[in-house]
Design a protein around this ligand. Structure first.
Ligand code: SF4
Length: 157
């Protein structure tokens, strides 16, 4: 009994620590990238929530996808995701990353219908583009999800 209590307490502590140290890498493929940069920058400062921008996927456990994903770019996005640390999480920012948006397959033969066709998305942030507050809100929602014990999404491609 005390052993399982200790284990679940440890799990909760680990989930809490994990949620507060999401090191992120961003694809920056669309105009939503400006809003992501805005959210990372001094005014909104995602670092306050423990989310630090990285340049190397191997040091990141949060992938922020924004912009339309072309069929040509999809394998590279997946390769980036595969390089990331486990457990890893994906935040899809804006209509294009969420479902293709203005450049989706309905209007173009060269794009995917959103990030979830390539990588397993944990949280979708709507908008075209979403404001930095919405991106911040998406991050906070993801942190809650991790604290509640969401295990790594095993949507292997
Ligand atoms: S959702 Fe809108 S703002 Fe964001 S990349 Fe697509 S077209 Fe640009």
């Amino acid at each position: 009994m005390s052993g399982s209590f200790g284990f679940s307490t440890l799990q909760k502590a680990l989930s809490w620590a994990r949620s507060k140290s999401l090191w992120q890498i961003s694809t920056g493929a669309g105009c939503c990238a400006d809003e992501v940069l805005n959210a990372i920058g001094a005014r909104y400062d995602l670092e306050r929530f423990g989310s630090v921008a990285q340049v190397d996927a191997r040091q990141s456990d949060l992938l922020i996808v924004n912009g339309a994903i072309s069929l040509k770019a999809a394998p590279y996005l997946r390769a980036l995701y595969n390089e990331m640390l486990e457990p890893k999480y994906v935040l899809a920012i804006g209509s294009c990353a969420n479902g293709g948006g203005l450049f989706g397959p309905k209007y173009s033969y060269a794009t995917t219908a959103g990030a979830n066709e390539v990588v397993p998305v944990d949280v979708y942030v709507p908008g075209c583009p979403p404001r930095p507050e919405a991106i911040m809100n998406g991050l906070i929602y993801l942190q809650e999800k991790i604290r509640r014990g969401r295990e790594h999404n095993s949507n292997e491609a």
